[in-house]
Ligand binder design. Structure first.
Ligand SMILES: Cc1cc2nc3c(=O)[nH]c(=O)nc-3n(C[C@H](O)[C@H](O)[C@H](O)COP(=O)(O)O)c2cc1C
Length: 300
């Protein structure tokens, strides 16, 4: 989760037995360096960095690899130009994919792990739903392990993902509303109060920030006043005069959730408290285990 998952959150997840990822997002190397230092001051467990593929270059990948992460996750774009450098450094390559064409590219790149991301996910993603996408990618991946993402926020979702053939889950929104995330308190409060109907996929926040996202991808956010005002008017938003664009940037800085985006997935219904990330990892794991033990009794 770009700029939301910093060193504290990633370390807490890794310390609890997960694989914490620092959200390197668009590739701000200074930010990444600072957050890796935080992580390394807390944990010596395996960890990783996530990057948005269309936004990066070889120098950014090199900067990430200098920190010796155990895994680098590339999402949204062709991973092949970076695959060799990543794997040669001894780092595992994780590719987050939104459909079969992206999965094919990831397999060609020699990915060590695929993340099949359904459209229920918070933040950027594609159109396919998690339930049919995950097994389709498992079938395609041969022996390459797949984990599921999008709409998973508790042990029920993890257990379901395992039944689809995934070997685990990548969870974002649930950890946004954790004590260690860098998210604003106002954003965490909105997530805790929201239902899935209040989320929608949009380009509005990319247009106002002038991020040239490929048209395949939109971002799922909590619907707010700014999104209501500009949805369908992206052409006009793209030519917004500078002072009004600056007003948007100020709202982001001030944590004004009526205007600033809060990326969040459909699973917000399942998030009613802000918890520590370590407790969440333990809780999700033990709930899934109990459910799987219980349902195995149904087939005797
Ligand atoms: C606040 C937020 C920021 C995100 N930023 C990124 C990002 O920078 N790069 C990326 O690959 N995915 C990003 N994602 C998507 C996650 O990688 C993941 O697919 C998603 O959170 C899983 O679905 P869930 O939110 O329902 O758990 C983001 C998600 C959220 C909620």
């Amino acid at each position: 989760m770009g700029s939301v998952s910093g060193g504290r959150l990633a370390a807490a997840v890794s310390d609890a037995g997960g694989l914490g990822l620092i959200g390197g997002g668009y590739g701000d190397v200074q930010w990444m360096d600072a957050e890796v230092a935080v992580l390394k001051s807390i944990t010596s467990r395996p960890w990783g960095i996530g990057l948005i593929t269309w936004s990066i270059n070889a120098a950014i990948v090199e900067a990430a690899l200098r920190h010796r992460p155990h895994a680098l996750m590339l999402s949204f774009g062709d991973p092949r130009p970076y695959a060799q450098a990543i794997r040669r450094s001894g780092c595992k390559l994780i590719c987050q994919v939104q459909g079969l064409p992206q999965a094919r590219l990831a397999l060609e790149a020699g990915a060590d792990l695929l993340v099949a991301q359904g459209t229920e996910a918070g933040g950027h993603g594609g159109q396919r739903a998690t339930l049919p996408l995950v097994p389709a990618i498992v079938d395609m991946a041969g022996g390459v392990p797949v984990i599921a993402a999008g709409g998973i926020a508790d042990g029920r979702g993890l257990a379901a993902a395992l039944m689809l053939g995934a070997q685990g889950a990548l969870i974002g929104t649930r950890f946004y509303a954790s004590a260690e995330s860098l998210g604003r308190e106002s954003a965490k409060e909105r997530i805790v109060a929201a239902s899935g109907e209040e989320t929608a996929r949009t380009r509005v926040f990319d247009v106002v920030r002038r991020y040239p996202w490929p048209c395949l991808y939109t971002g799922r956010a909590l619907v707010n006043q700014f999104m209501d005002r500009w949805e369908g008017l992206e052409g006009a938003l793209a030519t917004l005069p500078e002072p009004r664009r600056a007003a948007y940037a100020a709202a982001v800085r001030d944590g004004d959730a009526h205007t600033a985006m809060v990326w969040a997935g459909e699973a917000v219904d399942l998030i009613r408290t802000v918890e520590s990330a370590g407790a969440l990892v333990a809780q999700i794991g033990s709930e899934a285990e109990a459910l799987l033990n219980r349902v195995s009794g149904y087939v005797r």
